[in-house]
Design a protein around this ligand. Sequence first.
Ligand SMILES: Nc1ncnc2c1ncn2[C@@H]1O[C@H](COP(=O)(O)OP(=O)(O)OP(=O)(O)O)[C@@H](O)[C@H]1O
Ligand SMILES: O=C([O-])CC(=O)C(=O)O
Ligand SMILES: [Ca+2]
Ligand SMILES: [Mn+2]
Length: 666
Amino acid sequence: MAENGAFSFTKSGSMGRHGLAKIQTGNNTAEEVCHDDSARPVKAQTIDELHSLQQKKSTPTTPIGGTPRGPFAAISDEQRQRQQLQSISASLASLMRETGPKVVKGDPARKSQISPKASQVVHHHEYHIPTLEFGVSDSALKFTHILYNLSPAELYEQAIKYEKGSFITSTGALATLSGAKTGRSPRDKRVVKDETTEEELWWGKGSPNIEMDEHTFLVNRERAVDYLNSLDKVFVNDQFLNWDPEHRIKVRIVSARAYHSLFMHNMCIRPTYEELENFGTPDFTIYNAGQFPCNRYTHHMTSSTSIDLNLARREMVILGTQYAGEMKKGLFSVMHYLMPKRQILSLHSGCNMGKDGDVALFFGLSGTGKTTLSTDHNRYLIGDDEHCWSENGVSNIEGGCYAKCIDLSKEKEPDIWNALKFGTVLENVVFDEHTREVDYTEKSVTENTRAAYPIEYIPNAKIPCVGPHPKNVILLACDAFGVLPPVSKLTLAQTMYHFISGYTALVAGTEDGVKEPQATFSACFGAAFIMMHPTKYAAMLAEKMQKHGATGWLVNTGWSGGRYGSGSRIKLAYTRKIIDAIHSGTLLKANYTKTEVFGLEIPTEIEGVPSEILDPINAWQDKKVYRDTLLNLAGLFKKNFDGFTNYNIGKDSSLTDEILAAGPIF
Ligand SMILES: Nc1ncnc2c1ncn2[C@@H]1O[C@H](COP(=O)(O)OP(=O)(O)OP(=O)(O)O)[C@@H](O)[C@H]1O
Ligand SMILES: O=C([O-])CC(=O)C(=O)O
Ligand SMILES: [Ca+2]
Ligand SMILES: [Mn+2]
């Protein structure tokens, strides 16, 4: 090693002159003790004191104290805190035992770390719920610590400390694993059938609602609550759904993982400090005990997973799956029940708005492009997945977006790319063990890699997430058969026909060499989430589109020039040009021709899109194979629609007849 520690990998050996300056250590006099006086000493006498200096009490986002406000103005801070804890204890209470649980706010780990002095401070914040402490199990003797509406930073710490598989990626997002389930489990969803729901809901063939009785629900609820109370701590989120203030729903999510709490923090609407103070009793509660299975001996259970909805109790229980999308879509189901009762249409759609206030809805099944196409740098994002259409216009149900990440690229989807930063939950992605850079092409955990981020992470989000009545209603289908045109203009009857059909065809499991594209029909582009018969939602959509003069469009974001395997997926850049032309109004004025079989109006020209792909037959080399494939798909449409021919849509039968006639003719 060279003199004075000037060690270098450089070959020149001339560090002294050109590199870093040498450290001077030679001017201490003999009697002086060497000490570092570069910074002033901290204002603390002990390490504990130093740590206590590091954190200050959070300041509310809105001032408290001073002038009395709202219905709770008369009560003190302490009383308010006590009421909040009482409400949480009530949520977590067993329905059979007489007492408990005892809940206390804060992280149980904090206790062991702190000095006696500091522990008094913590004690000051503990508001114990008085309980009778006899004749009950141990769980009544212990406290359940409540981690209430933690911030993303606090949730990161919880996740990293206690949940295996939690890591900070190179861009600051929280990478996490959802466990054995990496997607929803629709076959394990159960809905309580009682006198009311028997009448109101859609049951039987085609319906997503598989019945369960009240008693079985309570068995599962008890199982979930017992599990949650057996833990040292649970996460509680109190949040809102629906940006329309008139129809806002208060939700409480009780969960056992920081991942779940952060996911819902991002996906639901985040209350302000003041809104939280006056939160009161939730309208709906989720008990997420996803780490714990249901009991296979329980009636109606066909697997270890059960997602149970009880509309009368306004509760949902999750057992045996940690996939966070169950909570998101569980609440969406609830909205599909509550909103239509108020004459508000709930929609599985993305939504954005142009500079002039023109609103577009994007319907489509999973993976068809709702998130991708509603996130548009030239337009305001209202929301990417769940909306309401009321007399006031449109409103987003959620406070965040949930984007597919597979093959995500910075060039094609810059706004989504940039949203994957601190606070974002990245589910099931694969990353470099050292640099923590995510490889978005990796499918080794699942193909359904996802990002959940607050909507304000998209730079042109429209906040509050509401807008006027839609001008365009865009139905997205990812047609892996490659026979649907890239875009067609629809009549109202055709829009309804395709809305009820809810078609898409994705390629099957890509790993073990795909053979055939799988046609999927999902009524209202979200049969898994609707609660009532599809015609109920369809009638509302028709009525609203008619009343507000919205135009319907069918956009194929899938294959062109051949089915999956021989053709290719329509370039995202072309689809974006098509969507631009719909928004600007130029496509409405284009020249159209009509296709055979499906009778779709297709434009002859769109700026920025090669004209030869606009009529799908032109893009296919073998016209006979094209025709056979087209007829095959038309047959699948017809077969699917047979299930709806006995229902009337709307008040008069004329619309129903028109809709039936708007399907493929061959
Ligand atoms: N032409 C295209 N148009 C739209 N998306 C495309 C196109 N080509 C490729 N894609 C890809 O398809 C995927 C569309 O997924 P997206 O997240 O938008 O689905 P989604 O409709 O929001 O589904 P979900 O309801 O499950 O969230 C994205 O990964 C996108 O990059
Ligand atoms: O719910 C999910 O897991 C993702 C989603 O948005 C959908 O499937 O429509
Ligand atoms: Ca999405
Ligand atoms: Mn969705």
